[in-house]
Design a protein around this ligand. Sequence first.
Ligand code: ADP
Ligand code: CIR
Length: 355
Amino acid sequence: KASPDVLAKLEAGFEKLENSNSTSMLKRFLTRELFDKLKFKKTSFESTLLDCIQSGIENLDSGIGIYAADPECYQVFADLFDPIIEEYHHVSRTDKQPATDWGPSTTFGNLDPKGDYIVSTRVRCCRTMKGYPFNPCMTEENYKDIEKQMQEVFKGLTKDLAGTYNPLTDMPKEVQQRLIDEHYLFKEGDRFLQAANSCRYWPTGRGIYFNKNKSFLVWVGEEDHLRIMSMQPGGNVGEVFKRLISGINEIGKTINFVSNERFGYLTFCPTNLGTTIRASVHIKTPKLGADMAKFQELADKYHLQIRGAAGEHSESSAGIYDLSNKRRLGLTEYQCLQEMYDGITEILKAEKSAK
Ligand code: ADP
Ligand code: CIR
């Protein structure tokens, strides 16, 4: 059972949330009744409801406000996670995640051959390594182990995927900042992750791998054990996706990833479950951006998420937006890409015909 100290923090946190004007999913779904039902529970990793919701309590501007402190939380606190997962991904409780399917490799072409609108394209996915819990339950040794294992894997990558691993512990701050500004590296001190107990022992075990032209990259030890991504300038979705598939397949030869029937690949944040795929373009749509309410409506219609060009929770600058598929669970990898591809095709039509 949760300790008196945890219960006191939970009560105070719940009250803070109740009295706030937060619009997070956590606030919407965590009723008093549900709170009272879940507040005493603990997983075998000793994670409590507090571990899952403290980020949303500290950051009242959260969109979601909840993380799974360990993989068991998805079951133990299912009454809270399920409705959030259902609404975010448009799935129902009895759905199972379809088997991995990358689809035919030749489907996707260049969304913007003339290069007038799309600045760059990126597809990322998340992976949890077997044998390790999520961030809040990880020890310093866990971070070091994961990094060590991955350094061996990286040494084996060849051809277009061949590159170098760069641990944060050896990276001067200026280099870090440049890599962040160029959209390659995760930022340090994300307040949502910090409040979720996910930045302990930083920078130990954190780092970035990239190939020679920084078109294939892997983040180690950030929000998830691994974030694997492929990116390049322009709108050639096909090339980007193909490179991602080859990279994941290579890494998957030696590393076991955690998955289950219902949720597919397990991730720390419930929004990333399933395929874990976020396929995005940085796109210039100043006309659509002039009326954000209408732009959001259009994005919703095609299940696209709008982010700023510096990533989640950032503002758009110079009329450049990050548009990506919003759903990742309940559809295949191929379908995630298709959702983005078809949606962006429509967005481009709308931008071109807007006054
Ligand atoms: P994630 O995509 O991993 O969920 P973020 O939204 O924070 O997390 O994005 C991470 C980084 O990737 C940010 O620097 C963001 O600008 C960059 N990024 C995302 N999509 C693209 C893209 N299509 N082209 C270039 N950079 C991108
Ligand atoms: C929030 O709730 O806003 C943060 N915890 C981040 C949620 C992740 N969002 C997403 O779309 N992947």
